[in-house]
Design a protein around this ligand. Structure first.
Ligand code: FMN
Length: 308
């Protein structure tokens, strides 16, 4: 079984990837998306989203990282894909699932799920640009309004030569509302001969088991679940027990060290509050801690409160 860490814009940046891959259990990370409109981005754009490219595309723990692109112009996506690969990205991922209004208005993300031909054109342009030994993957939802094009979309992506398809098993209209329809992934599997990664609503080892059974797919991608239970990938792979709150507190303090080293003061206070939002699902103590640090703006004050 392979476990991928999901791309999460504004949440899973290189520091979070570092933290989570040090804990372990992940085989690959996908970056936040690089938005492509009508230009070849300078190298610094790729390094900003994926500083791991300075280290051959690996997190400090040695987990490979794949750059994700989002856009609708096949030729510009192809050029940027090649650049990402040349800079050391471990394959290239295309985002066809983003529900954001601004992105969809300019025809990027999930809105492309209404047009199988557009998916085909994008994937084939990118596939042709990226040397054959590198993986081209795509990430879709089951559709935009409904699932009527799910199989056709998977087909288009397969025919265009993608190696791998991650399916977030909900439509754009479903948003993030449970459940995820894992059985739809099995339908796609029966229809299209492409390797699949199942994604959506995996919060526990038990969920992973059900997802893998219902989707008939071995490999999975974890998003919010990995933030609410940071050793979720290990719980799934090695039957490890969920991290205790004491262990987690040590992790929250370690994260502050990252910030002091890499950023200018705002990062940790903001991100720790965001992270506690996800942690509340698994740890009731996270809600209490959130209330205690809610108004604090200084990293050291927050660390002192955690240590208390
Ligand atoms: C805050 C947030 C940001 C996300 N950003 C991206 C993104 O940049 N690219 C992408 O393909 N999916 C993105 N997603 C979708 C996730 O990768 C994933 O498909 C979704 O959260 C379902 O998986 P989960 O139930 O395990 O969280 C984002 C999701 C969230 C909640």
């Amino acid at each position: 079984m392979q476990i991928f860490l999901a791309p999460m814009e504004g949440v899973v940046d290189h520091l979070m990837r570092d933290m989570l891959t040090q804990i372990g259990g992940f085989d690959l990370c996908v970056t936040e998306f690089v938005r492509v409109v009508n230009q070849l981005h300078p190298k610094k754009t790729f390094y900003k989203i994926c500083p791991e490219l300075h280290h051959n595309g690996f997190t400090p723990a040695g987990t490979p990282v794949r750059v994700q692109l989002l856009g609708q112009e096949p030729c510009w996506l192809a050029e940027n894909a090649l650049r990402a690969i040349e800079l050391g990205s471990h394959g290239l991922d295309l985002n066809f699932g983003c529900p954001a209004k601004t992105v969809n208005k300019s025809k990027g993300g999930a809105v492309l799920l209404k047009e199988p031909q557009a998916l085909y054109d994008i994937v084939s342009a990118v596939r042709q640009a990226v040397p054959a030994q590198h993986i081209v993957s795509a990430k879709i939802r089951l559709g935009f309004d409904d699932t009527s094009l799910a199989l056709e979309n998977a087909d288009a992506i397969t025919q265009a030569g993608a190696n791998l398809l991650t399916v977030h098993a909900r439509t754009k209209v479903d948003g993030y509302k449970p459940p995820a329809y894992w059985d739809w992934i099995a339908k796609i599997k029966a229809h299209s001969p492409i390797s699949l990664i199942a994604n959506g609503e995996i919060w526990s080892a038990q969920d992973a088991k059900h997802c893998r059974q219902q989707s008939a797919t071995d490999d999975i991608m974890l998003g919010r679940g990995a933030l609410s239970l940071p050793n979720l990938a290990r719980c799934i792979k090695y039957d490890e027990a969920p991290m205790t709150w004491e262990e987690l507190k040590r992790l929250l303090i370690k994260y502050s060290g990252y910030e002091i080293f890499g950023d200018k003061g705002r990062y940790y206070p903001n991100r720790i509050k965001q992270w506690l939002g996800y942690l509340q699902r698994e740890y009731s103590q996270a809600e209490v801690l959130f209330q205690q640090i809610r108004t604090l703006r200084d990293s050291q004050d927050i660390v002192r409160q955690i240590e208390r």
